[in-house]
Design a protein around this ligand. Sequence first.
Ligand SMILES: [Zn+2]
Length: 153
Amino acid sequence: MCADKNHEKSGLLKSLLGNKCARCRRGAIYTSKNPYDLKNCLKMPDTCPVCGQQVEVEVGFYYGTGYVSYALSIAICVASFIAWWLFIGFSIYDNRIFWWLGVNAFILLVMQPLIMRWSRTIWMAFFVYYDENWYQGPPEGSGRANATFKNAI
Ligand SMILES: [Zn+2]
């Protein structure tokens, strides 16, 4: 066991829910902690602040998140349908199913910022593998690499 909180091992689910970098599971991949800060909720740093992993792995990397957010939305619909069925029930003799449709649409709307952020985090975890000892070094264009380049001119 290590006393330093930064060296605690983080589980996959916890790192996904907390929107952490897929490589080190410690660095935050969003600059804003609050998903409902709508202007900044999808802003990401260039590299992970802990391990230096590039957050946007290639140009257009996050276009594929549509598939993940679709799957997450369907999962939420199914969960709310089952919960409604168990606690309120459905009947052909009243409007309960329409109430469920309205409530479900509201839930999806309210959860949208969370779904978008989780989709990117999950999409990153598909392609970037966990390695707790991985360190990329300082980002390109800063620090030593740049100084060496200037000296060479
Ligand atoms: Zn990282």
